[in-house]
Design a protein around this ligand. Structure first.
Ligand code: GLU
Length: 478
């Protein structure tokens, strides 16, 4: 085969959803693997579904994630235009060629007639009524300016077969194929027609897309055959499900790339996770950088079975990526989330250190750090820790001693604070875990916090730490 050319052909209908991004990713990875080209084509002929700004989201997302196209509307290339509406004039020419060769025909049927066709399981199938209009009648009606569409003339007998790289040989009875519309009454092509013309004219020889197109592909192949064009290689991808019954769907508002970013997922984790939705590498590894994906991706690893979008697994992968961020990058990325916490003068570097290894998404930051700014009543029951032999009575006894020790502490850092509390536990002859537990509860009023007493005290600073301990003592004595 000549140079491999794959494409991503999104319709600009809003945010780039997960299924679309996966198509783009696989098409990119495969093209790169084969030293081929990856092309972006915007399919905007369905003006009714067009959403302003959606094209920019597509460009931005692909750039941001590194799924960079070799040719496309905003980068150019030898096969342009790369926006379907700008190719409008091509389609009628090719449809008329099909009419000449008998593979398509003009249809003048009115809405009323179409609506009166028998309804078979919710679909009214066109009955080839206009196929046999005489040449004269067609010429006359066209000259008169009657509204028309152009339909594909499907064979009524035999069957059509093609090979899909993932799903194997696909055969369909030709009698099941409806005479689909190729050119609409407004002169615009349907997706079903435009995708074939565009793919051919743009030299696309490998079409990768979602499984929803598996059963339409025989119709496209008949078009390739009618023109005498070589069919592309087909690689259909398994569906992405929300759960066992429901497909993940952008129309139902399911996650888009931008939503996930807003929810605090990192782009590398999102791409890594999306790569695994329908594909696995030979070595079964799960965490893979973009460079590793490029090395490992192979179409033979694409699965047939549906994959379920599992937010927990994505969160787990995200936490791995968060952990390995250099502290400066973490701090930079965390900034907008930290801003929503109103952290006053707390040392942001220490705060970041506290949470970097303890969050799965950035969106958790606000919840996890609320205790730094909100401090109130402490439930006595929180002091109870059976394993450490701690309870409210012990707290009442030792909190004043903790306070005295900390009051005189010179170097207010985590290590010193920790050593001081441990030292105190030895002096008091109680478990070090008990002292640390009681101190942490007194400082936060919470059973679970990111980090231990000494880390938290370091962030709160001496004054606030002593103030909180005082409050806790007062409450215990009330
Ligand atoms: N515009 C179609 C979509 O967004 C593209 C399908 C294809 O890849 O051919 O679903």
């Amino acid at each position: 085969m000549s140079e491999l050319r794959t494409r991503f052909a999104p319709s600009p209908t809003g945010y780039l959803h997960i299924g679309g991004l996966r198509t783009a990713l696989y098409s990119y990875l495969y093209a790169k693997k084969m030293n081929g080209k990856f092309i972006l084509r915007i399919e905007d002929t369905d003006q009714g579904r067009y959403v302003d700004g959606a094209v920019e989201i597509i460009y931005r997302t692909l750039r941001e994630t590194g799924i960079m196209y070799d040719e496309g509307p905003d980068v150019g290339g030898d096969y342009g235009p790369y926006i379907q509406s700008e190719r409008k004039n091509e389609y009628l020419f090719y449809a008329e060629k099909l009419v000449e060769s008998g593979h398509a025909y003009y249809c003048f049927c009115s809405e009323e007639r179409l609506a009166s066709l028998p309804d078979i399981n919710g679909a009214r199938r066109y009955d080839k009524h206009c196929l046999n209009l005489s040449k004269e009648e067609i010429a006359e009606r066209l000259a008169r300016g009657d509204k028309y569409v152009i339909r594909q003339n499907m064979p009524v007998t035999g069957n059509s077969t093609y090979h899909d790289v993932v799903y194997g040989d696909i055969t369909i009875e030709n009698s099941e194929l409806e005479d689909q519309i190729l050119i609409k009454s407004d002169g615009m092509p349907t997706y079903n027609f435009a995708n074939v013309i565009d793919d051919h004219l743009m030299g696309i020889n490998c079409v990768m897309r979602g499984i929803e197109y598996l059963s339409s592909t025989p119709k496209y192949n008949l078009l390739y055959d009618a023109f005498g064009w070589e069919r592309p290689v087909y690689i259909h991808m398994p569906p992405i499900m929300k759960d066992a019954q429901h497909k993940l769907s952008k129309r139902n508002g399911d996650a888009s790339y931008e939503d996930l970013i807003k929810k605090g997922f990192l782009k590398d984790a999102i791409i890594n996770y999306i790569a695994l939705l329908g594909w696995s590498p030979k070595d079964d590894s799960e965490k893979m950088s973009f460079a590793e994906l490029q090395r490992k991706f192979d179409v033979s690893g694409i699965n047939k079975s549906p994959s379920i979008f599992d937010p927990m697994k994505l969160a787990w992968l995200n936490s791995l990526y968060i952990k390995e961020m250099p502290p400066e990058s973490f701090a930079e990325y965390a900034k907008p989330w930290l801003e929503t916490c109103y952290l006053k003068d707390f040392d942001k570097r220490l705060v970041c250190k506290l949470i970097q290894s303890r969050i799965e998404t950035f969106a958790e930051i606000e919840d996890k750090l609320r205790f730094l700014v909100e401090f109130g009543d402490i439930d006595d029951g929180l002091y109870v820790n059976q394993k450490q032999k701690a309870d409210a009575a012990l707290a009442k006894n030792i909190l004043p001693k903790i306070k005295d020790k900390l009051y005189v502490l010179k170097n207010w850092d985590n290590q010193n604070l920790f050593d001081t509390l441990v030292e105190l536990s030895a002096e008091l002859d109680c478990k070090k875990g008990a002292v640390l537990w009681i101190a942490r509860v007194a400082l936060t009023g919470l059973a679970v916090t990111p980090g231990g007493a000494s880390e938290i005290a370091e962030i709160l600073g001496k004054e606030e730490t002593l103030r909180r301990i005082d409050c806790a003592i007062m409450q215990l004595n009330a």
